[in-house]
Design a protein around this ligand. Structure first.
Ligand SMILES: [Zn+2]
Length: 281
């Protein structure tokens, strides 16, 4: 009898836990993100979409808006040149590409460490080095503004990278934004992407169709990289929980990456900046 009572108590507790999950779960999120979370493999871009859909209207200020979800573009001639091609950072005579940065003092010590970890991630196996700014004319100004976004490539002078706290402070998200800084667009924006993935247009949130445009990209003779940190997840901008990008031929290929650059991402950096063999310094 005692055992039966104990069993009943356990059952009651369990259903209370379920009820709590049901009533107190986050009420809303971009649908695709929830689906991805349910699959347990959210990509860096899923986190960016979630942060930006909640916080950014798509317009940063009067002349600057976001393209493809997280690439800042300013109306004017220069941004047109930089988009789809790329504006490279200068290469030093010692073979490294130094990207000077200023980090907002608003970040805590732990947040600062995390952002530096993101930098190390990009540096490892490439010729890129992030250096704290002293006198450099061109530099990135990393700030906890609203959302996660960056300009594309080097624009000349000061350029903002927004890494909002805490939503954007994930290694994968930080590395993704630094890839934009270096001049890379999203992997599925490649002009030849239709050979590799099918964009499921009817499943995409109508206001976000433009985020799936293709560009005249320089693919650097590298294979299409399903596992790039720059690839959208399978449910990006889904309006009904159905996939928006599906790999051709093999449905089991995972799209995107949650926390690190892929091997091909590193190759891309080294090829674009003509770094020769990757070093591990
Ligand atoms: Zn992006």
């Amino acid at each position: 009898m005692e055992r039966i009572i104990l069993l009943c108590m356990v059952c009651t507790c369990l259903s209370a836990v379920d009820a709590e999950k049901f009533f107190f779960s986050p009420k809303w999120g971009p649908i695709g993100f929830k689906e991805r979370e349910a699959h347990g493999d959210g990509t860096a871009m899923d986190a960016i979409i979630k942060a930006n859909e909640f916080h950014v209207t798509g317009i940063i200020d009067g002349t600057t808006s976001l393209r493809e979800g997280d690439i800042a573009v300013t109306a004017g001639k220069r941004s047109k040149v930089c988009f789809a091609r790329s504006c490279l950072w200068a290469k030093s005579v010692d073979g490294h590409v130094y990207v000077a940065y200023r980090l907002s003092p608003d970040y805590t010590e732990i947040e600062t460490k995390l952002i530096k970890k993101g930098m190390e991630h990009v540096e490892k196996g490439t010729c890129v080095k992030f250096v704290a700014r002293t006198h450099e004319r061109d530099f990135i100004d990393i700030q906890p503004k609203s959302g996660c976004w960056s300009y594309l490539g080097a624009r000349g002078g000061r350029q903002t990278v927004s890494l909002q706290t805490p939503d954007c402070l994930r290694i994968g998200v930080i590395a993704h934004e630094f890839m934009h800084v270096l001049g890379f667009v999203h992997e599925q924006s490649r002009f030849d992407r239709d050979n590799y993935v099918t964009v499921m247009w009817p499943n995409i949130w109508r206001d976000r169709l433009r985020n799936f445009e293709k560009f005249k990209t320089d693919n650097l003779d590298l294979p299409y990289d399903y596992g790039s940190i720059m690839h959208f997840g399978m449910y990006a901008y889904s309006q009904d929980g159905q996939p928006t990008i599906v790999p051709k031929n093999n449905k089991n290929i995972k799209l995107g990456q949650s926390s690190s650059l892929s091997r091909i991402d590193k190759l891309k950096i080294n090829k674009l900046y003509n770094c020769g063999d990757a070093d591990d310094n």
